[in-house]
Design a protein around this ligand. Structure first.
Ligand code: ATP
Length: 324
């Protein structure tokens, strides 16, 4: 008997380095993107639906109202894509998203749910899809989806979807300051191009050097050196996020004043990420940020953690008894 429901836990990401090349003719930018998976994450539960029900969705969590519950949701798109890849008809499945990752926050929450739905439906339907096929489907869904499958720390090239796992030592303590309202990722890239034009450096891929991973950052990760990692944190989208949301400078200052080793805007923002010395330091930075009034809330967490995986004791799995 197949399970009636499967729960998958999936991490959010922070980009400890986000190098952005010039605008390409196809509208994308070449990236040197060092992804880092953190324990702050979502849970997606896939439950077998009634015949003919199709793909249905529900979502809980502080940002649930901002999550689309139609066919545009990345979890629903993932379920349909996986079914199509196996030549299955429109699947009957309910996907529940328990959402902790801020929506439109630069932490790839939608991508995470897409990756989680691939893994959950694969288990629910007993498909045993090979890992490289899941990665291919993930890349089709979006540039950040493959990393949510892989987790850990990885260098993403191209649009971010060509992944190379990176060696990392130890665990790092992070704080994420959640802003009120999101920022649109395409709008932040457009602002990055506009600022480059305004500065006279140009924004095309012939004018901007192809970005590459910073050797000092890679060495810090391999050595487990949080102080060196903090010094190497870099995000080429940060000036654009600050230009669109100047108040983020106050958030970055508040976390740094509270003792964070380093701070940066996470991806396209507006979530701000702070690296702390240890778990206690992270709790102190989170408390100071919450008290500062410069963000909606702040969460202390850690990483790296693995990518999307069936949750231990996935609650809905029915183990058939003898004679079932
Ligand atoms: P990224 O860091 O990958 O640029 P983000 O973290 O800034 O993304 P998301 O939370 O992924 O942003 O949401 C971006 C938009 O994607 C949302 O505004 C929403 O319309 C859409 N979306 C589709 N599916 C989901 C989902 N499962 N969860 C949240 N948003 C989703």
């Amino acid at each position: 008997m197949d399970p009636v429901s499967v729960t998958v836990r999936v991490p959010a990401k922070v980009n400890v380095q986000l190098g952005v090349g010039g605008l390409r003719a196809d509208g994308f930018h070449d990236l040197a993107n060092v992804f880092f998976a953190v324990a702050l994450g979502d849970e997606v539960t896939a439950t077998a639906g009634e015949p003919g029900a199709g793909v249905t969705l529900s979502c809980t969590g502080p940002d649930a109202d901002a999550v689309p519950l139609d066919g545009s949701n990345l979890a629903a798109r993932a379920a349909r894509l996986l079914a199509a890849r196996h030549g299955l008809a429109e699947p009957d499945v309910h996907l529940h998203i328990a959402k902790a990752i801020p929506v439109a926050g630069g932490m790839a929450g939608g991508s995470a749910d897409g990756a989680a739905a691939l893994v959950a439906c694969d288990a629910l339907w007993g498909l045993g899809t090979p890992a490289d096929t899941l990665l291919e489907l993930a890349a089709e869904l979006g540039s950040d989806v493959p990393f949510a499958l892989v987790g850990g720390v990885a260098l993403g090239r191209g649009r971010g979807e060509i992944l190379e796992p990176l060696p990392v030592t130890g665990s790092y303590h992070w704080v994420f300051a959640v802003a009120d309202g999101g920022l649109s990722t395409p709008a932040v890239f457009r602002e990055c191009d506009r600022l480059r034009e305004e500065a006279g450096t140009g924004s095309g891929d012939a004018e901007v050097a192809t970005p590459d991973a910073d050797p000092a950052l890679l060495a810090a990760l391999a050595d487990g050196d949080a102080v060196a990692l903090a010094a190497a944190l870099a995000n080429d989208l940060q000036p654009a996020a600050l230009s669109l949301r100047p108040a983020l400078a106050d958030t970055l200052r508040a976390g740094t004043a509270a003792g964070a080793l380093g701070a940066l805007v996470s991806g396209s923002g507006p979530t701000c990420a702070f690296l702390a010395k240890d778990a206690e330091g992270a709790e102190a930075v989170a408390a100071a940020l919450r008290a500062s009034g410069s963000c909606r809330t702040a969460h202390a967490t850690h990483g790296p953690v693995p990518g999307a995986a069936v949750a231990a004791g996935s609650p809905g799995i029915v183990v058939p008894g003898p004679g079932a």
